[in-house]
Each structure stands twice: as structure tokens, then as C-alpha cells.
Design a protein around this ligand. Structure first.
Ligand code: ATR
Length: 269
């Protein structure tokens, strides 16, 4: 163990937080770069009603970097000194950097969507369908529209999908309109369906076609959504890639070093 009194603390906050793989991912990166004497990354369960006190603690203890997960991505925003433009547009902060006492909010979730997609395709003029209209969908909607995609959003609650298309453009449907999704080039599941029960899927298999790309934001064991796609011979992107690619940018923001991506992917898998 190389930790000293000079070691800077980074952390993920959430409620719950124990399931988070971010500590393993970031610490593996510190170790690989031999900076594990300079940085340590832990998890901290923070009640959303205690965010005010938590941020005071960050300032006094000079915590270096914070990853925010559910339900803190919006709650932290009023307490920060600055929010970067992308995070403002997405309307959520998943990364806080302590820049010599100034707390700056960023959003790297959109990179978790766009980086894995751009490895296998171009986005401009593609028809991208999002299923879901929560926080992950906002980051995905920003990601694909900033690269020139045509957006369609399907959600159980139509009003939420309509709100997102007002901001990012596109068309909104209820889930009973999912039969239209066969037109999409790329389908991204941003709902939590499949998170607890890996045999559940939001998208009936009959609506998947071979030439599409299916991306599931749910990570962990392979979901039914992705299993169905693979059975159809459709290209897939697993949720772990999203976790990795948003974390890669966070790593750079926290430490100033380029993340050792392969080491971090290996530990996640
Ligand atoms: P996150 O921030 O992770 O995106 P969220 O904001 O709670 O989480 O959003 C969850 C999304 O999953 C929502 O789009 C939600 O649909 P509603 O807007 O109708 O609530 C969707 N979702 C969750 N459970 C669902 C289910 N059983 N069937 C269909 N959609 C579901």
C-alpha cells in the first residue's frame, strides 16, 4: 500500500452505491500508471437530503474528484461554483472536479454513449432511437444530436419523451409505437428494464433487424435485449462500454493523466 498523507481522495457518491464498479475501475487505472500513491478512489453512500453538508465536507477536506450517480446528478448542481456548458445542456452533472477550491461540474455520460458508437459507425444523419427518457436518455440525446443524428424517443410516459424532444429535437412516441423502431439504424436502451432481471427486455425481438446497432446502457451480465440482438445477427454494444468511456474522461479530469483504457476495461469485465 502506497497511501500517504499526500494522497488525494476521489470518490463516487450514490444511494445506493455498493454496486458501483467505479472504485475498481479508477484504482486499477491509478495502479497501472503508478500513481496509486497520489490518488485513491472510494465509494460513499450519501443521502440526497445531505448534499449540502456533503459539499461542505468536500470543500474542507479538499476532495479531489467526485463521480455522481443516482440520485445525485441533478441534486448537486446548485452547490457547485461552475457548471460546464455540456453539463448545462444535458441538465445533469456526473463529475465534479475540485480545481484548487473551485468546484466545477461536468458531464461525461454522453461520451459513454458516443465513444463506443463512433468506434463502429458514423452518427451523422443516422436514425437513432432511444428507449427511455430519464437521465441516461438526456445524455444519449445530447450525444447523438450533437453529432447530427435524427432522434426518436420512445417512453412509457409520453410527456417525458416530449420534453426531451423539445430540447434536443426529434419525435416522441409511447412504447405502443415501438413497431416504428424497425426504421432505426441505432437503438439505445436507456431504461432500467433488464437491470434487476436479465431476462426482461423493453424491446420485443420481432422489432430488431439485422442491420441495426443495439446499445444497452444497462451493465452487468448480458441482458435479454442484447441476447435477442445477437440471435438476429445484429451488432451490439454492452453497457460496460458506457461505464468505461464515461470513466475514461473522468480519470483525465481527476488526475490530468490519460486513462489506461484496456486495464480499466479488463477489471470491469
Ligand atoms: P436514469 O437516470 O438511470 O435514466 P430514470 O431517470 O429513473 O433513470 O429513468 C428511467 C427510465 O426507465 C424512464 O424512462 C422510465 O420510464 P418513465 O419515464 O415512464 O418512468 C423507464 N422505465 C423504468 N422502468 C420501466 C418499465 N418497467 N417499463 C418501461 N419503462 C421503464
Amino acid at each position: 500500500m502506497n497511501i500517504t498523507a499526500k494522497t488525494k481522495i476521489c470518490m463516487v457518491i450514490g444511494d445506493p452505491v455498493a454496486h458501483s464498479l467505479s472504485p475498481q475501475m479508477h484504482n486499477a487505472g491509478y495502479e497501472a500508471l503508478n500513481i496509486d500513491n497520489q490518488y485513491i478512489y472510494v465509494g460513499c453512500k450519501v443521502d440526497v437530503n445531505d448534499i449540502d453538508d456533503f459539499i461542505k465536507g468536500v470543500r474542507v477536506m479538499k476532495i479531489q474528484g467526485i463521480s455522481c450517480t443516482m440520485p445525485h446528478k441533478i441534486a448537486v448542481m446548485p452547490y457547485l461554483d461552475e457548471i460546464n456548458e455540456v453539463a448545462k445542456k444535458i441538465g445533469a452533472v456526473n463529475t465534479i472536479v475540485n480545481d484548487n477550491g473551485k468546484l466545477i461540474g461536468y458531464n461525461t455520460d454522453w461520451l459513454g454513449i458516443i465513444t463506443p458508437l463512433e468506434k463502429i459507425t458514423t452518427i451523422k444523419n443516422k436514425r437513432v432511437a432511444l428507449i427511455g427518457a430519464g437521465g441516461a436518455a438526456r445524455a444519449a440525446a445530447y450525444a447523438v444530436t450533437s453529432k447530427g443524428a435524427n432522434l426518436t424517443i420512445y417512453n412509457r410516459t409520453l410527456e417525458k419523451a416530449q420534453k426531451l424532444v423539445e430540447i434536443f429535437g426529434g419525435t416522441a412516441f409511447r412504447l405502443d409505437g415501438l413497431n416504428n423502431i424497425t426504421n432505426a439504424d441505432i437503438i439505445i436502451n436507456t431504461t432500467s428494464v433488464g437491470l434487476k432481471n436479465k431476462n426482461e427486455t423493453i424491446l420485443p425481438k420481432k422489432f430488431i433487424t439485422k442491420n441495426q446497432i443495439l446499445f444497452d446502457a444497462v451493465y452487468g451480465n448480458e441482458t435479454q435485449f442484447l441476447r435477442d440482438a445477437k440471435e438476429k445477427g445484429t451488432q451490439t454494444i454492452a453497457g460496460v462500454e458506457m461505464l468505461l468511456c464515461q470513466g475514461v474522461e473522468q480519470f483525465k479530469l481527476f488526475t490530468g493523466h490519460d486513462a489506461p483504457v484496456d486495464v480499466m476495461r479488463k477489471i470491469l469485465l
